[in-house]
Ligand binder design. Structure first.
Ligand code: NDP
Ligand code: MG
Ligand code: MG
Length: 339
């Protein structure tokens, strides 16, 4: 069974007298910086001087410094930059300024697992990866709750890496929910698999295919949108509360029978998933993504452009506006600004 840690397993005093640098102030960065600060941790945010977030973070009462300076005074450095930019920032701004023995932390195992970042042996290396978007990590903390995390230690030169990891997870509010022990390898490979084969690549393409099949058969796009996209949320909410069983339980017998007998997803789907998993395990997906990024991301940009014009997006905005809960102010100003 998985090892799971809770509130009493973390000791915040491990971080007493220590400085934690949070690099980046995006989705995860703002949540980690604010949650740790509110838990009493001494936090400095590291940003490039040109960042539009410098003033924003200062307004929230945080100390902000250029990345090099924040790193130079930190005992723990949490890297919360986009995965594809971490290696260069690490080489140029982090590594040359790291204090001897300072701990390095990540919220995703990608760069360590695939070897894009190779810290020297004297640095503890750990991961606290929230299983939720950064804005929810902040929102839940502020509400007195927490988002679960997975935690891992890759290097433990002094024997204190786990204590630091659990103290960090506690300060983030995550131990209120729970921290599951994993490894950098397991977190990286399963995270990539989940997003590309089920949560995004699976579901998003399924929705698009369903929409196209219905509209190509002459059904109204508005009706198609409701049937293959909008209702998904309500089923996912039930799934979240009580798993597949609860989602099925709430649906009609007709729907359940159609679900049980559907042939859309079958063994051949699993074969294609296994193929995708192999490309994750052997590093070829990571290499393809990182090589494209290094070349200025031509393929990534082309795909972003192409997918933003999917047919379903033509009716989506109009229909979403029919729901009162989509019309109010966005849940927080930060989301409204960046979405
Ligand atoms: P974001 O894209 O939200 O981070 C943006 C931040 O990085 C900004 O502060 C930006 O500053 C800074 N930044 C971007 N490029 C550079 C650069 N070249 N040099 C210096 N600073 C830069 O990242 P996320 O929060 O989404 O992801 C951070 C980490 O967390 C990743 O490892 C990700 O896998 C992981 N993670 C993310 C989750 C999420 O909810 N998004 C969930 C779980 C894990 P500027 O204003 O200067 O551009
Ligand atoms: Mg994930
Ligand atoms: Mg991911």
């Amino acid at each position: 069974a998985a090892t799971i840690w809770y509130e009493n397993d973390g000791d915040l005093s491990v971080l007493n007298g220590k400085k934690v640098a949070i690099l980046g102030y995006g989705s995860q960065g703002h949540a980690h910086a604010l949650n740790l600060r509110d838990s009493g941790v001494d936090v400095v945010v590291g940003l490039r001087p040109s960042s539009k977030s410098v003033e924003y973070a200062k307004e929230q009462g945080l100390e902000v410094k250029p990345i090099e300076e924040a790193v130079a005074e930190a005992d723990v450095v949490m890297i919360l930059l986009p995965d594809q930019h971490q290696a260069r920032v690490y080489k140029e701004q982090v590594e040359p300024n790291l204090k001897p023995g300072a701990a390095l932390a990540f919220a995703h195992g990608f760069n360590i697992h695939y070897g894009y970042i190779k810290p020297s042996e004297d640095h503890p290396v750990f991961m606290v990866a929230p299983k939720g978007p950064g804005h929810i990590v902040r929102r839940e903390y502020a509400a007195g709750r927490g988002v679960p995390v997975v935690v891992a230690v890759e290097q433990d030169p002094r024997g204190d890496a786990w204590a630091i990891t659990l103290a960090y997870a506690k300060a983030l509010g995550a131990l209120r929910a729970g921290a599951i022990k994993t490894t950098f390898k397991e977190e990286t490979e399963t995270d990539l698999f989940g997003e590309q084969d089920v949560l995004m690549g699976g579901v998003n393409h399924l929705v698009e295919c369903g929409f196209e099949v219905l509209t190509e058969a002459g059904y109204q796009p508005e009706i198609a949108y409701f049937e293959v996209c909008h209702e998904l949320k309500m089923l996912v909410d039930l799934m979240n509360e009580g798993g597949l069983n609860k989602a099925r339980w709430s649906c009609s017998d007709t729907a359940q029978y159609g679900d049980f007998t559907s042939t859309v997803v079958d063994e051949s789907t699993k074969d294609r998933m296994r193929h995708q998993l192999k490309r994750i395990q052997d590093g070829s997906f990571a290499k393809e993504f990182m090589d494209d990024q290094a070349a200025g991301a031509p393929k990534f940009k082309e795909l972003q452009e192409k997918f933003s014009h999917e047919k379903i997006e033509e009716v989506g905005p109009k229909l979403r506006a029919m729901f009162s809960w989509n019309n109010g102010p966005a849940a927080d100003a930060d989301e409204a600004e960046s979405f």
